[in-house]
Design a protein around this ligand. Sequence first.
Ligand code: NBP
Length: 480
Amino acid sequence: MTNANIAVVGLAVMGSNLARNLASREGNTVAVYNRTTAKTDDLLAAHPEAGFVKAATMQELADSLQTPRTAIIMVKAGKATDAVIDELVSVFEPGDIIVDGGNALFTDTIRREAAVRETGIHFVGCGISGGEEGALNGPSLMPGGTAESYATLGPILRSIAAVAEGEPCVTHIGTDGAGHFVKMVHNGIEYADMQLIAEAYDLIRRGTGKSPAEIADVFDEWNQGELESYLIEITAEVLRQVDADTGKPLVDVILDAAGAKGTGAWTVQTALDLGVPVSGIAEAVFARSLSSKLAQREAASDLPGPAEAWKVDDADAFIEDVRQALFASKVVAYSQGFDEIVAAAEEHGWQIEKGEVARIWRAGCIIRARFLNDITEAYATTPELPALILAPYFRDIMAATQQAWRRVVVAAAQAGIPAPAFSSSLSYYDGLRADRLPAALVQGQRDFFGAHTYRRIDREGTFHTQWSGDRTEIEATDTH
Ligand code: NBP
């Protein structure tokens, strides 16, 4: 029996929704397999309209598929993925395609792709964004792998992807781990975006005394303008929610300890290895860590803060300042994220179209936002921008917002309100645009204690000062 054109392996929330999405598109017949067969039976019983082909074993799954066979794995990232790949390789043939749609670390995807390629089978790591809703109704899809495998896979992925302005939110990102890498950076940017919104909320609440419901109105209004995005939209909904038990705003009864599943940390760890400053994303990850240190926070709660209570004089003007600070900091987070993509592309030999990445993030995924159009346009005009923030459109935003941004960071510091992502983004911006940085002094220090040498601004070469001797400078190139 060979009548299915696509298979889904792993039928938990993501896999079953993706399978239903696939089955709803004309021309697809979907074979489904889950380690625990009862889950497969449940899915078939709940969705007879999908016309799923049930496979009780991997061999049955292989037999049910047209060649070249294509299977999408949606199991828990890590060991489970390796186990499922091994099983599929044992029943698939050269030319078949195995797709991992889980949240794999891109270096695992590089390793798996190389191993599976040895068998003649294609392996595609595909980032899938949008959670369970996206999987069912249209996710943003970030496939890696070979161009050859994308020729087969592309039409299937285009059929299920979210659509923005008539275009499916999928593109072939690059070879081997490129898709999962870009998905990882997407998640890192998501961390920054969420933290910036949370800081904006906190500053407005503590500065103006507005209630969460009133701040929800502010976010609704912001969502009509250049900040329009899914995260701003859901923030308003969360702030408006009232707790049924206590009658309080839900946000006031939720424990203020933020969880994380690790993709933000991966983004930062990878950036450290690549030497790319993604400070906005890093601060967002650290802010979640700090929030979760409940015992430490409790012990530190009597540390002194500012002497005077804080209230802004002009609430409307302050809220507009915060809006501008949020927009400027958001541009920094995206600019840093794209820097990381550029650096990894260089390191791994990926040909990543940055404008295409922004294009496929416009729908289906958590960071979907109006201003992604402007990112696509910026890279279309100047593909080799030294940094996204330097595109004319973003330069104009910085020019228009930087004074407000400074006022907000100053106010936060004086009021003793943590705004790590706002303030570190501003420091990054000032560092980037500085004529001179104190890095010159750091180089002097390094040369003093470790003879690490330095370069000069006025001539070529590498130099070392003999600090313990007569303090003369010598050309150091030949001595190291
Ligand atoms: P889970 O991550 O909870 O994984 C559950 C699935 O993995 C079940 O089908 C389970 O089979 C299967 N599985 C496990 Br666990 N170990 C296995 C093994 N050794 N062999 C075969 N199957 C095994 O599912 P999910 O939340 O649907 O997520 C699926 C993937 O999608 C993950 O990689 C996740 O990171 C990624 N993702 C999730 C989201 C989201 O919003 N949830 C978004 C984007 C991507 P069983 O039924 O037999 O236990």
